[in-house]
Design a protein around this ligand. Sequence first.
Ligand SMILES: *Cc1c(COP(=O)(O)O)cnc(C)c1O
Length: 389
Amino acid sequence: MSPFSRDLIDLPASDGRPVLTIDLAAVQANWRLVRNSAHGARTAGVVKADGYGCDAIHVARALKVAGCDLLFVASADEGRALRQDPQLDDIAVCIFYGCMKGDELDFKNNRLIPVHNSLDDYERWKPFWFDGPDPAGFALHIDTGMNRLGMSADDAAAIAADPDFRSAPIVFAMSHLASANTPQSPQNDEQRRAFAAAASGLKTVHPGLPLSLANSAGVFLGADYCLDIVRPGIALYGGQPISAKPLPLEPVVQLHAPILQVHHVGPGETVGYGGTHTTARKSRIATLPLGYADGILRAAGNQGFGILSGAKVPMVGRISMDLTTVDVTDVPESDAQPGSYVEILGKNVTIDQLGAASGSFGYEILTGLGNRYRWRHINQPDPGPSAGR
Ligand SMILES: *Cc1c(COP(=O)(O)O)cnc(C)c1O
């Protein structure tokens, strides 16, 4: 018995393009798994970078139907794009970058929640919360050791001491873990304590202030890290947050590439640019219509693999811009014909596996998914008009 699943999803007749399938029911199932692990915390969804390359609108709609009421994106542009969608009208949208100078009114008009990353951000926002109507509020990001984004503990203390803060429409305070995917790292506990200390001043003014620390990996560090709001990203898209402790996540992205051509190659011949693979035996080499221009990283050459008819087919030779070659010698000839679909990502090959084979990780595989694929979103919770791609 092959260890690899043969039950391919329903694939369309080949038009020569690889088929990229985003399963929105899998996004919902993964979100529920995180929520059920979050010790009662409000479970947001991170949909920055176009929903980790999976189309932010489709992902956000699926999350909303699953019960998610809070989204995070990086930039104001990403937030405005979500706000264009009437189906997402009543979902809260937070902007990690905060509000750039001059963008304040637009934030208010679009009900975007800026995450202030400095005392200056906070001061600049003040006139806009005093001058209603109906502000969506703001959040504060306190840096606790990442040294990337967020304000110092001193800035947070200055805000807590500001008399105006008493009437401030603050929604939550957050920090971000640098090493959550390494549960044994002492940095996790250090950051947790630093955040609690910095937030305690804010909480003397706003006792009910919700706190947020955990990304996907942080959720699985336990209740001490989940606090009031969790901010999962990668787990929603099927990426393992902690590789040493795999979760039963469903694959969201499936990529199937149809064979273009099969080459019969004798032993001792080379394949592709630079001749980096030499056949050890009489071989059949199948050529697939995707390459590094489509997000199959060049480093996956001679490292990655696909699945065809339940068998592993190794990527042999270099990845080209538009082409990848796999060795299909172990697959019956009748199953390895032009048009036969090879699984590159899906039930048998995870984004983490392709990431590792590429000297990278699942996040980079997702956010690099190519535009030349035949994209489709399946199991849409609401069969409204497709946002397309
Ligand atoms: C991207 C991001 C997240 C989500 O992280 P994952 O590891 O994908 O779960 C959470 N918080 C912040 C501040 C982020 O930038």
